[in-house]
Design a protein around this ligand. Structure first.
Ligand code: AMP
Length: 388
């Protein structure tokens, strides 16, 4: 981390990624919070006032929504930093200004979810100005959002001179891995993509065609590709507005992209009357593909075994449900067995590694999904640009 000339009592705005999974008001995986602790502790040791900016989920941006409140995160931070942490519900009022003035040096103020305000996503100037006025310095350690041109990630740091802003230890670690190690990857270099949302990832797949040797596609996104090839995919996920780019990718990457040849299908995800493995060519109108099949697992495994660099982003099926977890389980086990460098990006992928107890066997589990892919595909990241 670039060393900032911090003095006791300075106010440091710190953007973090606390976008953790929460169930019934309780955090189920604290990894993203834990990953930021080195930077928070470093700042507290400098006896500065740390003003934490974060988001949770995707609220509408028109005000408070209980299920996206950072309150559970505040409760967790109270365990980590007893008597040193305060919470501010109303970010745009005078409340944060007053609280920052009153709090002791070496303590923390957590601001409520910035995405309750439209200004965050819209990178709106008034919003940027309000936030920027709260700090003397700016530090970004939110690797998970450095690819977003949001106010707290992009607009706010631009308001600070270059000697007054830096990235934190987490971003430094991610860059070491994703940038330095993968600039010139050991080959064969295989990328395994899955998950539900093609929209978020499809442009990156296109860019990755030039970099990778193999691109294996599973998960819900496989059906958009299989669908545009003219296969009957029944009621499986299909992103209609992505069909042209999917076709283009299949054409451009025809020597590199490997699609599943079979799938586990059901008629109803929650209460299936049947769960069957089918060749893709035999799928019917009522089928919903929920996982990759055994032939695909074997095919993917044989490519993974020979790879020297592997990037895994997105599960192969609805792995949260044990009935549909086999494909993801087998693929992550194959990745864990592989001797080369293995990198896992994205919350769901990291969760699948955790679920199957293979965390120790992966070279690097990134805290950012989209951000890590954008970095690997050679794109500039706005959040890093704004720190230059
Ligand atoms: P993403 O956020 O795009 O990485 O998607 C992750 C989610 O994709 C996980 O919650 C999985 O349950 C889901 N998923 C994986 N495969 C499928 C599938 N075949 N149909 C529907 N959802 C899926």
């Amino acid at each position: 981390m670039k060393i900032l000339p911090l003095k006791e009592g300075n106010r440091v705005l710190l953007r973090v990624d606390f976008n953790v999974p929460i169930k019934d008001g309780k955090i189920t995986d604290t990894r993203r919070i834990d990953a930021t602790l080195p930077t928070i502790n470093f700042l507290l040791e400098k006896k500065v006032k740390v003003i934490i900016m974060a988001h949770l989920g995707r609220p509408a941006g028109i005000g408070y929504e209980e299920k996206f409140s950072l309150k559970p995160i505040y409760e967790k931070l109270k365990e980590y930093f007893p008597q040193k942490i305060f919470f501010c519900k109303s970010v745009l009022s005078d409340d944060p200004v007053v609280k920052i003035k009153e709090m002791d040096n070496g303590s923390i103020l957590l601001l409520e979810n910035l995405r309750f305000y439209m200004g965050e996503k819209e990178n709106n100037f008034e919003f940027i100005r309000k936030l920027a006025l709260l700090g003397d310095y700016y530090v970004n350690d939110a690797f998970g959002v450095v690819h977003r041109k949001h106010a707290s990630v992009y607009g706010v740091p631009k308001m600070f001179d270059s000697e007054k802003k830096a990235y934190g230890f987490l971003i430094e670690k991610e860059l070491n891995y994703l940038h330095k190690k993968l600039k010139d990857p050991q080959r064969p270099y295989t990328i395994i993509m899955g998950g539900a949302k093609v929209g978020d990832k499809i442009k990156l797949i296109k860019r990755m065609i030039d970099k990778a040797d193999h691109i294996l596609i599973g998960g819900g996104m496989m059906f958009t590709f299989l669908g545009v090839q003219g296969n009957m995919i029944g009621k499986s996920l299909f992103e209609y507005d992505k069909k042209d780019i999917a076709k283009e990718i299949l054409e451009k990457g025809k020597d590199k992209i490997v699609l599943p040849t079979d799938s586990l299908v059901v008629d109803n995800i929650e209460n299936p009357n049947y769960i069957e493995e089918k060749n893709i060519k035999q799928m019917s109108r009522s089928d919903i593909g929920v996982d990759i099949g055994n032939e695909t697992i074997e095919n993917f495994r044989s490519i993974i075994e020979k790879s020297k660099t592997i990037v895994f982003n997105g599960p192969m099926g609805i792995f949260e449900d044990d009935r549909y977890a086999n494909g993801t389980r087998e693929i992550v086990a194959a990745i864990a067995d592989c001797k080369g460098v293995s990198i896992v990006g994205g919350g769901d992928s990291a969760a699948s590694i955790k679920k199957f107890g293979l965390e120790d066997k992966i070279s690097h589990i990134s805290t950012g999904g989209g951000a890590s892919l954008e970095l690997l595909s050679g794109k500039d990241l706005p959040g890093l640009k704004a720190l230059e």
